[in-house]
Design a protein around this ligand. Structure first.
Ligand code: PLP
Length: 240
């Protein structure tokens, strides 16, 4: 069960976020409908997610395979798409392919191959994004900007994959103007990648921006923002 206060807080938070999203889009000369709100719902319960699914959230993003399986199979997303946005281990690919409408965090050739094979076995085409380690941080997953190009070539040869675009998480310690430049760089990379006209590709998604910086991400072209804390409040890892 979730409390009345919690329901009201979530309702107001999502309304505020949609307002800010729409303002940021209009200020950039963009249609507000061109930006989707992904609720990053790691650690949130089935009940919390189910309630939030009734609000103006477009889709859900999960970081952990077990949470995706649990919430997807419980119907917590109420028919809205679930995406995978966390680091995906190759031995868990089978649980994600087919369940996630989009795997946003593909960052190696081995992972590409496993996803393609799993999608082939299910007779479907899996939409994917490639994750860029835009701040070149050693602690982060994602590919470097240089290794994006061979990975794009590789992905485009796979019939059970459809490349939809790019995703990134800029360094947490970057200041506002640095973060803005990382977002701008991401858009340049997406435009360059789209201009290649690769097979099995429809490069129209740029997933970037979180609770603290989503307006800047929208100003630089984000089509999906992934927001957790600003919707659900601070995460409590001690309960897990
Ligand atoms: C947790 C998470 C988010 C959301 O972060 P908040 O700061 O809580 O909005 C976005 N993207 C990814 C990949 C995440 O893991």
């Amino acid at each position: 069960m979730i409390s009345q206060q919690q329901q009201q807080a979530m309702t107001e938070a999502v309304a505020r976020i949609r307002d800010t999203m729409a303002q940021a889009a209009r200020a950039a000369g963009r249609d507000p409908a061109s930006v989707q709100l992904c609720a990053a719902c790691k650690t949130r319960t089935v009940e919390e997610v189910r309630f939030s699914a009734g609000l103006a959230i477009d889709l859900f993003g999960e970081n952990h395979v077990q949470e995706l399986v649990e919430k997807a199979d419980a119907g917590a997303y109420e028919g809205k798409p679930g995406h995978f946005i966390g680091h995906l281990q190759t031995n868990k690919v089978n649980k994600v392919v087919g369940r996630a409408a989009l795997i946003q965090s593909v960052d190696s050739q081995r992972l590409l191959e496993k996803i393609d094979a799993a999608a082939g076995r299910l007779g479907l085409v899996q939409d994917i994004l490639l994750e860029i380690n835009i701040g070149e941080e050693s602690s982060k997953s994602g590919v470097t900007q240089d290794s994006l190009w061979p990975l794009l070539d590789e992905a485009s040869t796979r019939e059970h994959l459809r490349l939809r675009g790019l995703m990134a998480i800029p360094p947490a310690d970057a200041d506002e103007s640095q973060t803005r430049r990382f977002f701008a760089r991401m858009r340049e990379l997406l435009e360059k990648a789209a201009a290649l006209g690769l097979p099995n590709a429809q490069m129209d998604i740029l997933s970037m921006g979180m609770s603290g910086d989503y307006a800047a991400a929208i100003a630089e072209g984000a089509t999906i923002v992934r927001i957790g804390t600003a919707i659900y409040g601070a995460r409590d890892y001690s309960k897990k």
